[in-house]
Design a protein around this ligand. Structure first.
Ligand code: BES
Ligand code: ZN
Ligand code: ZN
Length: 477
């Protein structure tokens, strides 16, 4: 789909207009402009998310009023929701166009809402039922120009949709090999430097935690590094790392059937790193960025890693693998140590790491851990701005104690059911050295069981807008 600016006089079809919670005034305004409408205040009051239709006898097929709630409680998120409602309504009546009235400073959010709400994964349908994709979104301003805002919103939301599409791929299609192909294609299209370490290369480099997780699978394991502005050594240098398990069966510590159903989404972190590489390069941010992911399946078999096995990670620490289902922290340990060696100013990892994070925060906030207060504040603010919200969790040394092994340096699970997301984060911290670091546990937000205002069911692509906003925030400090 495309999004562009349009003048009110050229707009037709569906028009969406935002109103604050001064509904009577809204009703009055509308009735004054067109006395034939006779809209009552029961029909529309401007409360947040409240909608009403009016039919106009001139240009428009339908005018949709959207309540923004009280002006003093306004958040730009409401504009995303308004545009999302507009897009969904247009598609429900098979209209391929929609016009959204807004202001210049809301145009980015409006564009994001339109592009995100109009996405649906249709790749695996043999016949299209009940889905008319939106072809054109128009931003209608009273005055001014929003070309830049629209372009930015479009790049961000399209990158997020790219993540959703990739992540929706089931494990028989979206294999580790296919993930590598996605990376190669992106690198070629967006001029990124790319390095792919396959199983042999990983063995040679002694990345044994990755090999251990992979060894029950018939497919490959890969560590993929994409670099944007690779030769611009004077730019601020940041890095992101994603967990890419294309299917998490649990391995020999097999998951029950019900818990396995959504485990194709255990590659979300990897998909998000690709989405960020895409967005950052298309926005041409003035930074150098390494986007890295490690990808493999986690499967049980005669050659699979066994509970009790001890592996030596890339940084030399030994790990007793007591539960093969805690595989994310294992592949990340090698990967984080490898990227930390390159000395980025900041390293952010993103992973569907623990069910415990879902218990702690549910599906509305990301579990965020950091060894640097300023960094934590930057990503917190970015979360509020993008509405991909985070909540900081602790990394106290007592939690790390729970991860010490009798036999090896570390164990990959504690012997208690307590604080599972925190102990996992403390485990990761052992592999970042003195690099400024953020860990994002996105287990609760990677896919929607119920539709949300502008993100339907399924893969959300959460993390792209949050991390790009964070990287931009860092360059401003
Ligand atoms: N991929 C899972 C975490 C997960 C669970 C993500 C549910 C999304 C939804 C991870 O690899 C895992 O299995 N973690 C275990 C750790 C446990 C064995 C300490 C978990 O959370 O149960
Ligand atoms: Zn697992
Ligand atoms: Zn997992």
């Amino acid at each position: 789909m495309k999004v562009s600016q349009k003048n009110l006089k050229d707009a037709k079809g569906i028009l969406v207009i935002p109103f604050f919670d001064n509904g009577e005034q809204a009703v009055q305004l509308i009735n004054e402009s067109n006395p034939f409408l006779g809209l009552s205040k029961e029909e529309f009051n401007g409360k947040l998310g409240k909608t009403a239709f009016i039919t106009d006898k001139f240009n428009f097929q339908k005018i949709l009023l959207f309540g923004l709630g009280a002006e003093k409680e306004f958040q730009v998120e409401f504009i995303r929701r308004m545009a999302g409602a507009a897009a969904r309504y247009a598609m429900s009546i098979q209209s391929k166009e929609v016009n959204v009235v807004c202001q210049t400073e809301w145009a980015q959010a409006a564009t994001e809402g339109l592009v995100l709400a109009s996405y649906k994964c249709i790749t695996f349908k043999s016949k299209l039922e009940d889905y008319t994709p939106l072809e054109n979104g128009f931003i209608v301003l009273k005055d001014g120009n929003a070309t830049k805002e629209i372009q930015k919103g479009f790049i961000l939301a399209s990158s997020q949709n790219y993540v959703r599409e990739m992540n929706e791929g089931p494990a028989n299609v979206s294999t580790p090999e296919q993930m590598v192909e996605h990376a190669k294609k992106l690198a070629k299209e967006n001029q990124l430097k790319i390095e792919v370490l396959d199983k042999e290369a990983l063995k040679k480099k002694k990345m044994n935690t990755i090999i251990g997780v992979n060894q029950g699978s018939t497919r490959g394991a890969y560590l993929v590094t994409m670099e944007y502005n690779a030769d611009k050594k004077n730019l601020p240098f940041y890095s992101i790392v994603g967990k890419g398990i294309t299917f998490d069966s649990g391995g020999l510590s097999l998951k029950p059937a019900q818990s396995m159903m959504d485990m194709k989404y255990d590659k979300t972190g990897a998909c998000v790193t690709l989405g960020i590489a895409k967005a950052v390069s298309e926005l041409q941010l003035p930074i150098r960025l390494i986007a890295c992911f490690t990808v493999t399946e986690n499967m049980p078999s005669g050659s699979a890693q066994r509970p009790g096995d001890i592996v030596t990670s890339y940084n030399g620490k030994t790990i007793e693998v007591l539960n093969t289902d805690a595989e994310g922290r294992l592949i990340l340990s090698d990967t984080l140590a490898y990227i930390a060696e390159k000395k980025p100013e900041v390293m952010i990892d993103i992973a569907t790491l623990t069910g415990a994070c879902i218990i702690a925060l549910g599906s509305y906030r990301i579990g965020m851990y950091s060894n640097d207060d300023k960094l934590a504040k930057t990503i917190y603010d970015a979360g509020e701005q993008t509405y991909e919200r985070v909540w900081r969790m602790p990394l106290d040394s007592e939690y790390l104690e729970m991860m010490k092994s009798d036999l090896a340096d570390l164990r990959n699970v504690s012997d208690s059911y307590e604080a599972g997301s925190i102990t996992a984060a403390c485990f990761l911290k052992e592999f970042v050295g003195d690099t400024k670091w953020i860990h994002l546990d996105i287990a609760g937000v990677d896919n929607n069981l119920k539709p949300q205002p502008y993100l339907g069911k399924g893969a959300t692509g959460i993390g792209v807008r949050l991390i790009v906003e964070t990287l931009e925030g860092l360059t401003k400090k």
